[in-house]
Write a protein that binds this ligand. Structure first.
Ligand SMILES: Nc1ncnc2c1ncn2[C@@H]1O[C@H](COP(=O)(O)OP(=O)(O)OP(=O)(O)O)[C@@H](O)[C@H]1O
Ligand SMILES: [Mg+2]
Length: 224
């Protein structure tokens, strides 16, 4: 079976004041293992909502999400924690690195919930930084790195726990063209060599062009 992610009939409504917004309306998507996919759509179309739900940072009103054939139980906090730590990686628009920690310490952070020893953690973090081309920046703190380098640290952090799927919410939005391309090269390379699947949200044509599959949302509805 080559199915990684199956999203079926996902709906999510937000209410605020007297206003309700249907952020996702009956969305169904299937992703194969080792894919390099993107979700596009205008601002407010539901991209972040979709990634947050797949990433178990939010829960749907109805519908289901299955990872490798197993439906995610959004009310089982222990299981959700396990999925977040061991099966998914996250990259955010604004990098989300911890300013007082070095690059290698940032990459080690998600590994604390595993039962690796200190030296195993360090070794994994160093390998991940090496894989994103930052072997010579291990001890730099985020403010000593360029935006593109910070985002590559974030990619290394997302990959250190060897997840099956990395979710990126507009990962190139704050990068100049050159850094965005370099980031894409790094991620494509990891996708091809490690087989890690990537799912991005973006309205960046530079990413859309290189995605193997593109899903488009409009007002929470998947376009065919
Ligand atoms: N926590 C929330 N409370 C109320 N409304 C929300 C909340 N989160 C999202 N929304 C609304 O849901 C809709 C979808 O938002 P979402 O953030 O998923 O869009 P998006 O496609 O990621 O947009 P962008 O490209 O601007 O990041 C929008 O109308 C938004 O205002
Ligand atoms: Mg968004």
């Amino acid at each position: 079976m080559n199915n990684l992610l199956k999203i079926q009939g996902l709906s999510k409504t937000f209410s605020r004041g007297g206003d309700t917004v249907k952020a996702l309306d009956n969305v169904s998507i299937s992703l194969e293992k080792e894919t390099f996919a993107a979700v596009s759509g205008p601002s407010g179309s539901g991209k972040s909502t979709l990634l947050n739900i797949v990433g178990t940072l939010d829960r749907p009103d109805s519908g289901s999400v299955s990872l490798e054939g197993e439906e995610i139980d959004y009310f089982n906090e222990g299981k959700l924690e396990d999925i977040r730590s061991n099966r998914l990686g996250f990259i955010f628009q604004d990098f989300n690195l911890i300013p007082v920690l070095s690059a290698v310490e940032n990459v080690e952070m998600p590994l604390y919930s595993s039962n690796l020893s200190t030296s195993e953690r360090r070794e994994k973090a160093e390998q991940a930084l090496d894989a994103v081309g930052l072997a010579d920046r291990m001890e730099h703190r985020p403010n000593q790195l360029s935006g593109g380098q910070q985002q590559r640290v974030a990619v290394a952090r997302a990959l250190a726990g060897t997840p099956e799927l990395v979710l990126g919410d507009e990962p190139t939005a704050n990068l100049d063209t050159k850094s965005a391309f370099l980031l894409l090269d790094v991620m494509e390379n990891l996708n091809q060599t490690l087989g890690t699947a990537f799912l991005f949200s973006t309205h960046d044509p530079r990413i859309l062009e290189r995605a193997k599959t593109v899903f488009t949302l409009e007002d929470g509805v998947l376009q065919s």
